[in-house]
Write a protein that binds this ligand. Structure first.
Ligand SMILES: [Zn+2]
Length: 154
């Protein structure tokens, strides 16, 4: 079992003592309270993965490129607090990336082992989207046919 929290960005792990969040940033601090890393989340976070078994949290961030940020928590309490903080704060308006995200989520769901939960956070402003009656894929209103299965959209 871990005794220290770890933040892994681009496969580079670094230890941290605590985390703070506000609307658009996550700050990671060492034991003296010095900031060791700051992540700007803006509206590019589209998925959060949690695994209760190994107490890790993964954020999938898409801006210019896809980045995967994993936080390994040293205790159940920190894991729970961190997980809740992220779920409460991160809210993402997305539109054109829906298809990609949906596919990505499906692939993740297929591949991930038991005990891993997938949450796609507030992925869509549904008022601007129409749902395919056949496959459920969301497309922008006014799209004549489903991009996924080709069914006619209402
Ligand atoms: Zn469809």
């Amino acid at each position: 079992m871990l005794t220290t929290n770890y933040l892994i960005i681009n496969r580079k792990p670094q230890p941290f003592e605590s985390m703070e969040m506000d609307v658009e940033t996550m700050m990671f601090m060492d034991e003296s309270g010095n900031i060791i890393d700051v992540l700007v989340l803006d509206d590019s976070v589209f998925a959060a993965l949690y695994c209760d078994e190994v107490r890790n949290t993964t954020l999938v961030v898409y801006s210019d490129e896809i980045r995967v940020i994993t936080i390994l928590w040293a205790s159940d309490a920190e894991y729970e607090a961190g997980r809740r903080m992220i779920a409460d704060v991160v809210s993402v308006p997305l539109s054109s990336q829906n298809k990609k995200i949906n596919r990505y989520g499906e692939e993740l769901a297929k591949k991930l082992a038991d005990g891993v939960k997938l949450q796609v956070i507030d992925a869509v402003d549904n008022s601007a989207m129409v749902k395919c009656p056949d496959c459920g894929m969301l497309s922008p209103k006014g799209t004549p046919y489903c991009m996924d299965c080709g069914a006619e959209l209402p």
